[in-house]
Design a protein around this ligand. Sequence first.
Ligand SMILES: Nc1nc2c(ncn2[C@@H]2O[C@H](COP(=O)(O)OP(=O)(O)OP(=O)(O)O)[C@@H](O)[C@H]2O)c(=O)[nH]1
Length: 204
Amino acid sequence: MNDVKLAVLGGEGTGKSALTVRFLTKRFIGEYASNFDSVYNKHMCLERKQLNLEIYDPCSQTQKAKFSLTSELHWADGFVIVYDISDRSSFAFAKALIYRIRAPQTSHCKRAVESAVFLVGNKRDLCHVREVGWEEGQKLALDNRCQFCELSAAEQSLEVEMMFSRIIRDILINVKLKEKRRPSGSKSMAKLINNVFGKRRKSV
Ligand SMILES: Nc1nc2c(ncn2[C@@H]2O[C@H](COP(=O)(O)OP(=O)(O)OP(=O)(O)O)[C@@H](O)[C@H]2O)c(=O)[nH]1
């Protein structure tokens, strides 16, 4: 069983809970009690793999107080960064979060620098009052090795599901790559023994 830990971060009122609840229940609930952090658990099957998914949906109030994100950077395997396309300040906040995750000198966490990040422009149904262009979101994502989409948690259940599936798939690919790069304990021990005895045999 693979454990996948996902943190949904972004400015206040951007729709983090709406997206998370839409993914978990397929329903849109207009208002959420959001004065506490939540961690949701979901067992799911993706590409014939059983997963134990944990989604962290922080309360914006507590988030503001600890912008350092240190614990989230160490905890999460991937991040969904949400902004509201009708609110430019939420885009600036999303940008700061991405820089925080990607910058090795500030994140102090190599794992986070390499982790999967999905930038989401939410509230696409409000495009008549749009303040952030699609191209701006796309550029920010491209420049920082993130996936990107615009969607509406209010109106698009399938798109929300696809977005979460894509980031979970990316996380699983990252895990596989790391496993490939790191030789297993028994293999490296065999290599060590081989080196020692190989050298001795040569000198006899
Ligand atoms: N029009 C529209 N409204 C949305 C959408 N998603 C969320 N909302 C609304 O935006 C408001 C904030 O949504 P939340 O899901 O509570 O946002 P949040 O980021 O979790 O909020 P905090 O945790 O308080 O920062 C609510 O009134 C939602 O109904 C969307 O796609 N379209």
